[in-house]
Design a protein around this ligand. Sequence first.
Ligand code: 5AD
Ligand code: SF4
Length: 488
Amino acid sequence: MYNEIDLDKIDINSEPPEKEPDRQYYFMAKCRKWVKDFEQKNGRLPKAFVLNMGCQMNARDSEKLKGILLQMGMEAAEDETADLVLYNTCTVRDNANQKVYGRLGYLQTLKKKNSHMKIALCGCMMQEPEAVERIRKTYGFVDLIFGTHNIFKLAELFFQCLVDSAMVVDVWDSTDKSVEQLPTERKYFFKSGVNIMYGCDNFCSYCIVPYVRGRERSRPSKEILKEIRELAKDGVKEVMLLGQNVNSYGKNLAQEQICFGQLLRQVNEIEGIRRIRFMTSHPKDLSEDLIAAMRDCEKVCRHLHLPLQSGSSRILKLMNRRYTKEQYLELVERIRQAMPDISLTTDIIVGFPGETEEDFLETLDVVRKVRFDSAFTFLYSKRTGTPAASMEEQVPQELVKDRFDRLLKEVQRISSQVCMRDAKTVQKVLVEDENDHQKGYVSGRLSNNLLVHFPGDASLIGQIVPVELVEAKGFYYIGRQQSGSDAG
Ligand code: 5AD
Ligand code: SF4
C-alpha cells in the first residue's frame, strides 16, 4: 500500500530531501544501514516491539509504525525484550496514562539488561504537555517522544535517537498535512482499517480527544477509494472506515461536496471488498441519507456503534452532546425500521459531574428500551483541560461505583438475550484466527460483529464461509461449517 521504493538505491550520504515522503524513505535507508551494522556486530537483527494501547485509530497508526520499522529491516518482537520498544499511547481516561507510567518502571529494568535498548512513546498521551513534562522529569531513560500528528516521521526521529544521546522530543500542536504514502504492516492480510478523517470538532465536555487529535480533517474521497482499491487487490475483504466522527465526513472538504453516505455507496462498488464497517458515529450527525446508504449497500455490515454516553437529557446537555434522550430513541427507531436485523452497540459514561440517581435511572431506561447488543461502560474520568474537569459536583466514588455495577449487570443481562437471536440459523462468517483455547477450532465474525467458534483449520483464515450457529453461548456462538464456497 505504498510506492515500492528500493531503499538500497537511496544515496544516504547526500543531504536529506525536504519533500515528504521522500525524506522518510531517506531516513529509512539510513536506519537500514544501522540495522546492517548492528547485525554484523551482534550476529542478529535488532528487534522492534510496537504496543498499541488505544482505539482502532491507534491500532491503524501502530500498523503504520510497524511498517516503517520492518521496512528499515528490523525484526518484529513479540514482547518488550527488544532493542526498540514503542508504546502508542491513549489518554481518553486517566487509567490509560497510569498504565503507561506503570509499564515504564518495567522497561527501565529491561533497559539495564540491554545496552542497545531504545524506549519510545508516541500517540495521544504525548500530546498532553503535563504528561511529557512528567516523563522528562521522572523517566529520563526514555529516548524518544512524539505525538499523533507526526507518526510518519518515525524513521527520521529514530535515526536522531541513534546519533543523539539526549531524549528526542517532537510533538506538534496541530497539522494540516497527512503523509500517507508510507509502508504499512497489516495485522490481518484480509482486513484493514482505512482513515477517512482525522481529528474531532465536537468538544464533548468530558473528552480530551479534540485536544490531542486536533481539528477535523477529511481525506479527499479519491484518495480513500484509491487506497481501498489497492487494499482489495492485495487480498483485503473487509475495511473499517475510521474517524472520530465519521458521520460528519466531508463537511470540511474544500475541493469536493460529499457526505459519508455517498462515500459508503462508492466503497460498496469496489470489487473484492466484501464487508464494510465504520467507527465512530455521533448520533447528532447520523442523517437519513446515511441510514438509506447503509440499508442499500449490501456490503455494509449489520452493525452500528452509536455512543449514547448518558440517557438523561440534562446530562447530555452538560456533556455538549447536542441531542436529547428522546432524539436518541427516535433515531434508533428509524434505524431499526430501515434495518430490522441491525446490531446496536454503545458507549456509556457513569458519574459525569452532577449526575443524580434520577439521571442515572434515565440511562437505565434507555438501555432497557433500546436493548443494545453490547455496551462499553466507563467510569467518568476527569481530564485536565476539558470543561467538565472544572464542573463542580463531581460525584462521590462509591456512588459512581454502585451505579456502574448496576448498569453493567443490566447491560449484560440484556446483551445475553439479544445477542443470541440468530441461534440455529446459517450465517456468513469471516474467519480471523485459529482458536487459542480449543485445538482444531477457528474463530470468525458475523456481519454484526459477534464471534463464532467452529471446527476448522488455518486454511480457512481470511475466507467468508457459511456457518450454522449451533449453540448460543451468551456472547458468542459455537458453529458448524456448512458446504459452500467463499465466492460472492
Ligand atoms: N471519562 C470516561 N469515559 C470517557 N470516554 C471519553 N472520555 C471519557 C472520560 N473523560 C468514553 C466515551 C467514548 C469512549 C471512547 O470513551 O464513552 O465514547
Ligand atoms: Fe485513546 Fe482517543 Fe487517542 Fe483513541 S483517539 S487512542 S481513544 S485518546
